[in-house]
Design a protein around this ligand. Structure first.
Ligand SMILES: Nc1ncnc2c1ncn2[C@@H]1O[C@H](COP(=O)(O)OP(=O)(O)OP(=O)(O)O)[C@@H](O)[C@H]1O
Ligand SMILES: [Mg+2]
Length: 90
């Protein structure tokens, strides 16, 4: 659901709203059983930190930080949103 929300947001506001936009997604599992997922948008419109938090952001925070007790960080870079998600595998 979190990836769906990030994708939906990219289509509405970010890299997927522009013909030349790209999203780089990479993930790895660390030695201490954490999944680290990095989502990096580029080639879309100029980005500024949002002034409002919608339902999608609240949902992602509730799932990653609340339910999975992980971490979710947004970096509102002018050239595109970068998001890092860290959750434990067990
Ligand atoms: N990939 C992105 N690039 C640029 N701005 C973004 C991106 N994702 C989100 N935003 C900004 O952050 C705001 C909050 O996003 P959020 O997903 O919480 O709300 P929403 O998508 O507007 O509404 P909802 O998710 O409830 O349908 C958005 O309104 C938008 O201004
Ligand atoms: Mg949204």
């Amino acid at each position: 659901m979190t990836l769906h929300e990030l994708t939906s947001n990219a289509a509405k506001y970010g890299a997927l709203s522009a013909p030349d936009g790209h999203i780089h997604v990479e993930w790895s599992v660390t030695e201490n059983n954490q999944v680290v997922l990095r989502w990096t948008e580029s080639g879309g419109p100029h980005v500024e930190p949002p002034s409002r938090e919608g339902f999608g952001t609240q949902l992602m925070k509730a799932m990653i930080s609340g339910q999975l007790q992980g971490r979710l960080a947004f970096d509102w870079r002018p050239e595109g949103l970068a998001c890092e998600i860290v959750v434990r595998t067990c």
